[in-house]
Design a protein around this ligand. Structure first.
Ligand SMILES: Nc1ncnc2c1ncn2[C@@H]1O[C@H](COP(=O)(O)OP(=O)(O)OP(=O)(O)O)[C@@H](O)[C@H]1O
Length: 451
């Protein structure tokens, strides 16, 4: 287990370790599976691999799980529910179960996101009976559910699974790891991979990690690289809950990416009260890089002004820089580039799986914080960091204000730590309370109002 904060070289080391373990001359060498979250990272690492000897397969967990089950004759074509199908089926299950309760029971009026998240958490932790679910402990600041509420969630889960299977959808992505683990436990054939190396392991569920532990032979190895400050999917989990006998825990604390001024903001963010609820966080250390400029914080008169800030940031960055414009939603990303795209080509991160990730060519990239995961840019612009937008009203409605703050500040942490040299943050009205307050020790402060 390697725990490290942002920019400490986890991806770089994961690649080196994978190729080392696969090198025919290495003691205990064997075929290696290198898992990473990001499809664009898969593409880039595959390109690197062409220069190395040794048998390294690079893919996402989903691809591995689906492929393994197919190899066992357990996965037919189109048997995994897509996210829209899952959402519709869960909505239906909530309605069906609510019908058995008194009309208008408030619990069932919660946003579907809440139920989707709770069911994913159940699957991710491998809870297969109601008794296990009722007793389960959790990490994070999600408001605890009452016993009766958990009973209702379990009934929704059973109804959903039955409806999904009736529709010919044997799996959803959340249930894949349990199916993989269960099959590996009865599969005594020779393992395909001797070693498994995982980058961004904080976003794998405990069940996914357990399934990987079951996928290697007794003389193989499993290496996990993770930063729990960047855990941005669903409820927080701890690798400690996987029940693995971890031989060695290393921590990476030297940040090679961010300028000291940018890292200082990231450290201040990670020290805010709503951030600190995980036992696995590694305290970031100020980087060893040369000093640069403080992050720029720009108070704007309107969101149109914010699009002008983005345009100006791109213009002053010049042609040789890699610029990343990161927002919470795709719609925000499109609005943010409304001005800049009149004169400059912008690559949307989520529409292009083949960009060469952290060593992407110079240019302007835009997308969600999620799509920026694992990547780095010379200049990062984070527009719309306004109170009322961060955390988003939908997240507050689904998870309550404390949990929403906790989740969305992790997204901002990912955004802030993508920047190598320059970071520009803008907001309209008050600054979000998720970021450290607007003080001149952390930021260079500006105001822009055109209208
Ligand atoms: N030992 C090193 N010396 C110098 N530069 C390094 C070293 N290790 C990594 N780097 C550089 O530091 C940057 C961050 O590395 P990398 O992307 O591997 O970090 P990471 O820990 O995976 O980050 P994150 O979790 O934030 O995505 C990259 O530009 C990489 O080339």
């Amino acid at each position: 287990m390697i725990l490290g904060t942002a920019g400490t070289g986890k991806t770089v080391m994961a690649v080196h370790r994978a190729f080392y373990l696969a090198q025919p001359g290495t003691e205990n060498a064997g075929p290696v599976l290198l898992l990473t979250y990001n499809k664009s990272l898969v593409t880039y690492i595959q390109h690197l691999a062409s220069d190395h000897p040794g048998d390294v397969t690079i893919e996402t967990y989903g691809r591995f799980g689906r492929g393994y089950l197919a190899s066992q004759g357990l996965m037919g074509y189109g048997q995994i529910a897509g996210s829209d199908q899952r959402e519709a089926l869960v909505e239906g299950a909530v309605r069906d179960v609510a019908a058995g309760y008194r009309p208008g029971a408030r619990f069932f009026t919660r946003p579907t996101d809440f139920f989707l998240d709770e069911l994913a958490w159940i699957e991710g932790n491998g809870l297969s009976t109601d008794a296990e679910y009722f007793d389960a402990e959790r990490v994070g600041r999600q408001e605890p559910l009452q016993r009766r509420q958990r009973e209702a969630v379990w009934a929704i889960r059973e109804t959903y699974v039955a409806a999904r299977k009736a529709a010919g959808l044997h799996y959803d992505w959340a249930s894949l790891p349990s199916a993989v683990k269960a099959q590996l436990h009865v599969d005594s054939s020779k393992r395909r991979y001797k070693h498994i190396v995982v980058d961004e392991a904080q976003d794998l569920t405990p069940e996914a990690i357990r399934s990987l532990a079951a996928a290697i032979p007794p003389d193989g190895s499993l290496t996990l690289f993770a930063d729990y400050a960047q855990q941005i999917y669903g409820q927080r989990v701890s690798w400690r809950s996987c029940g693995l006998a971890v031989g060695k825990v290393e921590t990476f604390i030297d940040n090679y990416r961010n300028s000291p001024e940018i890292a200082r903001l990231a450290i201040a963010l990670a020290n805010m009260p709503h951030f600190k609820d995980s036992a696995d966080l590694v305290e970031p250390r100020a980087p060893i890089r040369a000093a640069g400029a403080k992050p720029t914080l720009i108070a704007c008169g309107s969101s149109d002004d914010e699009a002008l800030v983005v345009r100006d940031a791109v213009q002053s960055a010049g042609r040789t820089a890699r610029v990343g414009i990161l927002t919470r939603t795709r719609a925000e990303a499109r609005a943010a580039i409304a001005e800049v795209r009149r004169t400059t080509r912008v690559t949307m991160l989520h529409e292009n799986n083949s960009i060469a990730t952290w060593q992407a060519p110079s240019g302007v990239y835009a997308g969600t914080y999620h799509s920026g995961k694992g990547l780095e840019f010379d200049v990062v612009v984070l527009p719309y960091c306004s109170d009322g937008r961060r955390p988003h009203a939908d997240t507050i409605a689904a998870f309550g204000p404390d949990e929403a703050a906790s989740r969305e500040s992790r997204l901002l942490y990912v955004g802030v730590t993508r920047a190598r040299d320059e970071l520009i943050i803008s907001h309209t009205g008050a600054l979000t309370t998720l970021l450290p307050p607007a003080t001149p020790d952390l930021y260079d402060l500006y105001e822009v109002t055109t209208s």
